[in-house]
Ligand binder design. Structure first.
Ligand code: COA
Length: 259
């Protein structure tokens, strides 16, 4: 099977690039399978401390699920395709390491959903976002109806989901779908700089923040506060917490080891 994903590791950052530029990086079964393997490596390889997800070429981040594959699917195959993609994206979202989407063009359907499964999104000025599935007579399958309203609110999410329309990067920034918009040639440098600034902090504390926000948004305020207090207590047992507080008092930079 041809390779459809690049995995490059440099300075603790894994760059994961969907690599089907001739099909605008559409997510076929091979991409989802390779993305699943990439997530396993991200979860288990201690050399990976943060992740950037992007697409090959200048035109598209990911232009959606592969419509040629969707066109031939039976109902049960459709359900299985959706469940598998959802599981891979959810594992990425819960990998415990910061993941930034560098959105370098069209992020439509599964592309918008992949970007939303990342923790932070940076868009190139020419990027476009949308959930156009209804135009094909189908709905989102990789988390669009669940994550979009959580990110931008119910009304804005429903407008995008029901019209299937596209918005540009400026509008995506205005509604809170992306964190930043930058010129295309600054996209990867900005994503790397942001990730490096995150990686200067205590890795266990970062993991706890990711987990607390992920779980805390899906539970009651009291449960979320309890989880936070538990993390706060647990982190107090780490060498990183000793080092971080000591370094502050000694007016030097901390040296975190993730222990
Ligand atoms: N699945 C499969 N192939 C796709 C695709 C997708 N989601 N998106 C683009 N492609 C393919 C096109 O079929 C075309 O292939 P071809 O050259 O073999 O004909 C190639 O990528 C280039 O796309 P093209 O449509 O010619 O580019 P464009 O600049 O005219 O339009 C888009 C760009 C993004 C507006 C258009 O490709 C599009 O609407 N794509 C589908 C988006 C979508 O509905 N996604 C949700 C899927 S659930």
């Amino acid at each position: 099977m041809p390779r459809t994903l690049l995995f490059e590791l440099s300075e603790s950052i894994a760059r994961v690039t969907v690599d089907r530029p001739e099909k605008l990086n559409a997510l076929n079964g091979a991409v989802i399978a390779e993305l699943g393997d990439a997530v396993t490596r991200i979860e288990t390889d201690a050399a990976v401390r943060g992740v950037i997800v992007t697409g090959s070429g200048q035109k598209a981040f990911v232009a959606g699920a592969d419509i040629a594959e969707l066109a031939a699917q039976t109902p049960m195959e459709g359900k299985a395709r959706s469940a598998l993609g959802q599981q891979v994206f959810r594992r990425l979202e819960r990998c415990g390491k910061p993941v930034i989407a560098a959105v370098n063009g069209f992020a439509l359907g599964g592309g918008c959903e992949l970007a939303m499964a990342c923790h932070i999104r940076i868009a190139a000025e020419h990027a476009k976002f949308g959930q156009p599935e209804v135009k094909l007579g189908i709905g989102p399958g990789y988390g669009g109806t669940a994550r979009l309203p959580r990110l931008v609110g119910k009304g804005r999410a429903l407008e995008l989901l029901l019209t299937g329309g596209m918005i540009d990067a400026a509008e995506a920034y205005r509604i809170g779908l992306v964190n930043r918009v930058v010129p295309a040639d600054r996209l990867l440098p900005e994503a790397e700089a942001l990730l490096q600034s995150i990686l200067e902090n205590g890795p266990l504390a970062i993991r706890a923040c990711l987990e607390a926000v992920d779980a805390g948004l899906e539970t009651s305020l009291d449960q979320a506060l309890l989880l936070e207090a538990n993390h706060f207590g647990l982190l107090s047992a780490t060498q990183d917490m000793q080092e971080g507080t000591k370094a502050f008092l000694e007016k030097r930079k901390p040296l975190f080891k993730g222990t």
